[in-house]
Ligand binder design. Structure first.
Ligand code: MG
Length: 257
């Protein structure tokens, strides 16, 4: 019993001494004053491009884009009324510039008079890094899933056939919707093996739907995703070729990180 009391006294004395020692440490030692983060002027609203963003589509032209079919040719989609609309049959379009890690803002609208079901209802997509022609890359699905059932790992804001969105944040067809995407590109070793996987966070209409998801590889329609070495890559938008009305995009900007 005596021993127990002795241990308790030692413990309390120790606690008092260590707290006193902690109070002697100057808090200034853990303050960091430089270098200061660069000043950025936010947009008027949180959907407007901040001062350090690269504007990829300003509502007027597709100067920042080319056709994926022939990257020497301008993007063939239709620009008007401040938006760009998929021109069916012209194929995907992609940015002239290539990117590694970034924050991307993009708005999209499914036409109010959309028809079709399942995957054939306003299907498009944002490829976070285009790794080749066609649909090669990492696709965040664009689709009308307001009241349209499809496989859940292929619905709007899924990492197509890899990661189901945490919630369904879709608005009605005819309304503008937004994706805010934070992308960490995969890194590869010299021998082509994967060094670190790609990661993505997606907010759909301001709601977190992908939370730092670690990708298993590039999007594939048949079979399992896999990685193939690449570096900085363009961002690509999909002409899915649905029979239904084509969808539109607007207000696209990016901040390389
Ligand atoms: Mg798609």
């Amino acid at each position: 019993m005596k021993r127990k009391w002795l241990l308790m006294v030692l413990f309390i004395t120790g606690a008092v001494y260590s707290s006193a020692a902690q109070q002697e440490v100057d808090p200034k030692l853990t303050e960091v004053w430089s270098p200061e983060p660069a000043k950025v002027t936010p947009g008027k609203t949180n959907t407007d491009a901040p001062s350090d963003a690269i504007v990829l589509f300003n509502g007027k032209n597709l100067d920042e884009w080319v056709s994926t079919k022939d990257t020497a040719k301008p993007a063939g989609w239709t620009v008007g009324k401040g938006m760009v609309t998929v021109k069916k049959g012209t194929g995907n379009i992609q940015t002239k510039r290539s990117f590694m890690d970034y924050q991307l803002h993009i708005e999209w609208r499914i036409p109010a008079n959309i028809t079709g079901t399942n995957q054939a209802r306003g299907n498009s997509g944002v490829f976070l890094a285009s790794t080749g022609g066609g649909d090669d890359g990492y696709e965040i699905q664009v689709l009308d899933n307001y009241e349209n059932k499809t496989y859940v790992n292929g619905q709007a804001s899924s990492v197509y056939k890899q990661s189901i969105p945490l919630v369904n944040a879709c608005k009605k067809p005819g309304e503008w919707q937004s994706y805010d995407i934070i992308w960490t590109a995969p890194r590869f070793n010299d021998d082509g093996t994967l060094k670190s996987p790609a990661k993505v966070t997606v907010l759909h209409n301001g709601i977190v739907v992908q939370n730092n998801y670690e990708l298993k590889g590039m999007t594939v329609y048949r079979g399992q995703p896999f990685y193939k070495k690449h570096g900085a890559a363009p961002i690509k938008l999909q002409d899915h070729g649905d029979p239904s009305e084509p969808i539109s995009y607007r207000n696209i900007w990016i901040r390389p990180l």
